[in-house]
Design a protein around this ligand. Structure first.
Ligand SMILES: [Zn+2]
Length: 383
């Protein structure tokens, strides 16, 4: 029997930001059109984070093979380059793809929060059937998005990404940190159902938040579900989108072994979740239980100077333990004065700066503690 391949590649044009410029995205679609389950995966939303592009590319290679074998069972969308605007921003010979040059807004913040408008539109449309509720919520979300008229190139980009992802059962946003172990962010309501993602990826930390503030892309897809469940108390509304930000280690971690490992793990996760046929390998043990995002100590330098790390990534640190030293090179007649930087919590030291210079307030490391820290404020993510 001849196997019909399902893959299609779609091009999406962004509106011109300046005379004579025009940027495009591609989305790669797999799976039978009648499939009722959908996963959406993107890379490079922070355009200066290299590993995701490679992992998405390798995953596409695996998906094409599975497609040729007739093994794709659900809808799978991959956007291998999610932010061509950021990719075009170079300064001092370095790519600057985290913030939009036009307004300094982080490309992974301020996504459209549909929950309020959805709640108005859903009056009288929800019932006792949880699956039917999910379907009607997705339909209404799609209608709201379709009626939007984004004014700028970056608004059009954010709108496009959310339009492609808003009705997915699983949304994975591939990022990386400066120097880090692989770690995952997801909504509190998505745990422990989402634990197989962290286990399969080998996440050294999984950080949970109900609302991490300022609407990152993953939460634009997932948070509406628990917000609507809270607005319509007594009506069954499940957390129907497992959206997660997967941090693929650090910016320089583009070694082929990592790329291969991460793409294979994503593929196996999709197999386990029924999007791809084939033998499902045993789920690896979860390396570490999830902890609250509110428990992450963003360890900050208090003075300017040169940074030396005492702790290595993966070290367990105790509250009050020294993580790094800042040397102030003009002090002590030029011999330098050394100041200690300590952790406010106990937990795994999972991320640190790629630079070796500090200034007051600069985040130089992250420690995943179990207990929420005080004074975090509404914005739990770094800027
Ligand atoms: Zn990022």
């Amino acid at each position: 029997m001849k196997i019909m391949k399902t893959c299609t590649v779609r091009q999406h044009q962004l509106p011109e930001a300046a005379v004579g410029t025009e940027r495009k995205l591609i989305s790669v679609h797999f799976g039978p059109s009648e499939a009722d389950r959908k996963v959406y995966i993107q890379a490079g939303l922070h355009a200066d984070e290299a590993p995701g592009y490679l992992v998405a590319g390798k995953l596409l290679e695996l998906l094409h093979k599975a497609d040729a074998a007739g093994e794709i069972k659900g809808q799978i969308i991959v956007v291998p380059v999610a932010n061509p605007i950021g990719l075009s921003q170079w300064g001092t010979d370095t790519i600057q793809g985290r913030f939009d040059d036009s307004d300094n807004v982080n490309f992974n913040r301020r996504y459209d929060d549909l929950a309020g408008e959805l709640a108005d539109r859903l009056q009288g449309l929800l019932g006792d059937d949880s699956l039917a509720n999910v379907a009607v919520i997705r339909k209404c979300a799609g209608e709201i998005l379709q009626a939007r008229q984004p004014a700028t190139e970056v608004e059009a980009l954010k709108h496009l990404l959310l339009t492609l992802s808003h009705d997915a059962d699983i949304v994975l946003d591939l990022h990386c940190d400066h120097q880090a172990l692989l770690h995952v962010y997801m909504g509190t309501a998505l745990w422990p159902e989402g634990a197989d993602l962290s286990a399969q990826m080998g996440a050294a930390a999984t950080l949970l938040a109900k609302d991490s503030g300022d609407m990152p892309f993953d939460e634009a897809n997932s948070k509406i579900w628990w917000e609507l469940a809270a607005k319509f108390a007594g009506v069954p509304i499940p957390p129907a989108c497992l959206a997660a930000t997967v941090e693929l280690r650090g910016v320089a971690d583009t070694d082929p072994e990592y790329t291969e490992q991460d793409a294979n793990n994503l593929f196996r996760f999709l197999q386990r979740r029924g999007f791809i046929a084939g033998e499902v390998k045993p789920l690896p043990d979860l390396p570490v239980e999830a902890t609250p995002l509110e428990g992450v100590d963003y360890v900050r330098a208090e003075s300017a100077g040169v940074l030396t790390y005492i702790k290595h990534l993966g070290d367990m640190v105790e509250e009050g333990e020294v993580i790094a030293i800042v040397t102030q090179p003009m002090k002590n007649s030029g011999q330098g004065e050394k100041l200690q930087i300590t952790s406010k919590t106990s937990g795994v030291f999972f991320a640190r700066s790629a630079e070796r210079f500090a200034r007051p307030g600069k985040i130089i490391g992250k420690v995943a503690g179990v207990r929420p820290l005080e004074g975090k404020g509404p914005c739990l993510l770094t800027f």
